[in-house]
Write a protein that binds this ligand. Sequence first.
Ligand code: AP5
Length: 215
Amino acid sequence: MNIILLGPPGAGKGTQAQILKETLNIPKLSTGDMLREAVAKGTEIGKKADKIMKAGQLVPDDVIVSMVRARIAEADCRNGFILDGFPRTLTQAQFLDGPGAAQKIDKVIEIKVNDKALITRISGRFTCAKCGAGYNKETKPTAVAGICDNCGSTEFVFRADDKAETVAARLKAYNDQTAPLLPYYREKGILFSVDGMADIDEVTRQIRGIVKKAA
Ligand code: AP5
């Protein structure tokens, strides 16, 4: 099954994609993670993307589409995949419908969260610098302040684009360029929505219900 998780920054796409990946045993394809990896490695794509991401804007479609095309062609995607953060524009969505992709999307799951909660979630997010475990000051703190539950490290990192001014730009990019995908997929009859304001387990339960339903 090929699934798209759609929603604004901080909606919980990455969190749910990780859970779903383990349940369905199919890979999660996160364009945000791919770009951050490219930035960390200093590749050409990474150099191009770094400034754009720090400004909270979208990386050009041609760069993203070629990255996703290559990833979908890998063997582990043969039995399905979960797209997290892609598509974000109509051009990207049309790529998935076109002959170049050769992959039918079965379900698009929208995670709905209000703007106030998104800002709280994003501004509270931090990650263990050593093992990558994700936390949130408000919703998922470490059991002992300043110590990673998973590996005991005391070093944490914050995402460069999680600053308040960048978050505003990211939300604007979502509303202007990505939200139009909702009617696009609704018309195709493959759009489903979940209440992303619920706690993580409840959102997972709702998503599992949608995934199990016959197409
Ligand atoms: P990307 O990495 O995709 O970021 P994003 O879409 O802005 O989403 P986030 O990762 O911030 O949030 P999320 O929805 O995954 O939520 P999460 O699970 O982390 O993209 C970054 C940038 O890369 C873009 O701005 C753009 O520049 C570029 N880019 C990427 N893809 C692109 C594309 N296709 N085209 C062009 N440019 C592209 O959760 C957030 C926090 O909330 C966490 O702390 C989590 O623990 C907590 N949380 C999650 N669910 C719940 C819940 N139900 N209740 C309470 N807390 C929760």
